[in-house]
Design a protein around this ligand. Structure first.
Ligand code: PLP
Length: 347
């Protein structure tokens, strides 16, 4: 079989949720929701949402109404499903039928929502300085009297993974100022904000990446392992080149393995000649360009001939692999391809 094996550890996912939930509730009794956008950060929205619901999550966040419908079909009635993109033109039927809660981002969305679905719940997203989604302070001031039945007031931190960044405190005080004098539940923190401490927790935290084992939650348990089969090995003499564009030249005779996975499987080309794969405790450097379906790896240091190598596993997290490709763990996870055989470890 020439497909890689992606193993998803639901016990680790559960443990990460519980750890972030315990952190959220420690001093402020904030509740932890679960962010499951982008197909559960690439791991499968249904699988992830079911597991997190079992772990205790009662509120979920997705990016779009369509994603919300999938989560509703999986979880049934009961859990609250919130949509970051708010109420877009064309969303009304989805929002009503799947009973989704849009996080409204601007006066136009508020008008659309209240005209189309006057008694249907909604939340409000406020711009506190990230300048991505949310009401501008002046628009919010003009609209807030019409939002007293909102279920949630939320904002998002731009720099929460940098604990010392002054923008964290600036956004915190902007959020306090914008939400002063309301009893509506509030939410500011994603994973990074949850780690910044109780000042940032308010009523609800919104962890995503930390659930899936990624930074900045450095104590997270790794959730994914990715093992790739070796199709062929060969001895390559000194001075030969490997792969497209002949970018890599052997300095000494090397043993090279060709593995079945490539950029079409989310192992992006920026990993070329930079990433490391592992045979047990032996590091094996990726040499030459990443192809669409193939990787070439130097296995000279292996004492036996492996049948497969790990690219994510005990020695390499999504974040260390991301660093080798000059990106972030989020992109590694959400790029994981459709061709892998997916195995699930249940606790
Ligand atoms: C994606 C997202 C989250 C979750 O962020 P993580 O960094 O993955 O924890 C929370 N809130 C908003 C608004 C988001 O877009």
């Amino acid at each position: 079989m020439a497909t890689g094996t992606l193993t998803i550890d639901l016990g680790a996912l559960t443990a990460n949720y519980r750890a972030l939930a315990a952190m959220s509730s420690a001093e402020t009794s904030a509740e932890a929701s679960a962010v499951v956008k982008a197909d559960g950060y690439g791991l499968g929205a249904a699988l992830v949402a079911k597991t997190l619901a079992k772990a205790g999550a009662r509120r979920f966040f997705v990016a779009t109404a369509e994603e919300g419908v999938t989560i509703r079909q999986t979880l049934g009635q009961g859990p609250e499903i919130n949509v970051f993109s708010g109420h877009m033109a064309g969303d009304t039927t989805l929002i009503r039928n799947a009973h989704l809660t849009p996080m409204l981002n601007a006066p136009e969305q508020l008008t659309r929502h209240q005209n189309a679905l006057p008694d249907h719940p909604f939340g409000v997203q406020l711009n506190t300085g990230m300048n991505r989604l949310g009401f501008e302070p002046a628009d919010w001031a003009a609209c807030r009297d019409h939002t007293t039945n909102a279920t949630l007031l939320m904002s998002h931190l731009a720099c929460a993974d940098m604990a010392d960044h002054p923008q964290n405190a600036a956004q915190l005080s902007a959020f306090h100022a914008l939400t002063a004098g309301t009893d509506t539940p509030k939410s500011l923190a994603a994973t990074g904000g949850t780690l910044l401490g109780p000042d940032y927790h308010f009523d609800l935290t919104r962890p995503g990446i930390g659930l899936y084992g990624g930074a900045p939650f450095i104590d997270a348990q790794p959730v994914v392992r990715l093992s790739l089969p070796i199709i062929q090995t060969r001895d390559v003499a000194q001075g030969e080149t490997i792969g497209y564009a002949a970018t890599y030249t052997t300095q000494t005779p090397r043993k090279i393995a060709t593995l079945s996975a490539g950029y079409a499987d989310g192992l992006i080309r920026a990993m070329s000649s930079n990433a490391t794969l592992w045979h047990g405790d032996t590091p094996c450097p990726l040499v030459g360009r990443v192809s669409m379906d193939l990787l070439t790896v130097d296995i000279t240091d292996c004492t036996d001939t492996p049948e497969h190598l790990d690219i994510l596993g005990p020695h390499q997290t999504i974040d260390t692999l991301a660093a080798a490709a000059n990106t972030i763990g989020y992109e590694i996870l959400t790029s994981l391809g459709r061709r892998y055989t997916r195995k699930v470890i249940t606790p």
